[in-house]
Design a protein around this ligand. Structure first.
Ligand SMILES: [Zn+2]
Length: 111
């Protein structure tokens, strides 16, 4: 007695986890998170293949980063000084500007 509905009430942690990860559009879906601080979660845009480090920035900070096609928002320490110049950095993220060929290519695409 009393245990009949236990399995219906228990959530499936694996299913919940799969809903939280693997979404390719989560950058745009996170805009309502933490409205008190105005911070939005972004995925690090550094050159490391497969980097999924989360970076937090305000919408204004993100717009500064994307104002130039050669600029990217990355996690602190994820910049590569050989190919990128640090535009600004703080405890949450760094904004880097691609140098040389990589930057020229990005500019051409946007033009
Ligand atoms: Zn990274």
């Amino acid at each position: 007695m009393g245990d009949l509905h236990r399995c219906q009430l228990a959530g499936d942690p694996a299913e919940a986890g799969s809903r939280l990860s693997g979404s390719s559009s989560w950058n745009s879906s996170l805009e309502k998170r933490e409205p008190d601080r105005g911070l939005i979660g972004f995925v690090c845009e550094c050159a490391a293949v497969g980097c999924t480090t989360r970076v937090e920035a305000t919408l204004a900070e993100y717009q500064i980063a994307r104002a130039q096609p050669t600029r990217f928002l990355v996690a602190p320490g994820h910049m590569d000084p050989d190919y990128e110049r640090v535009v600004t950095t703080n405890e949450r993220f760094a904004i880097v500007e691609k140098l040389g060929v990589a930057g020229e290519l990005a500019t051409d695409e946007a033009d």
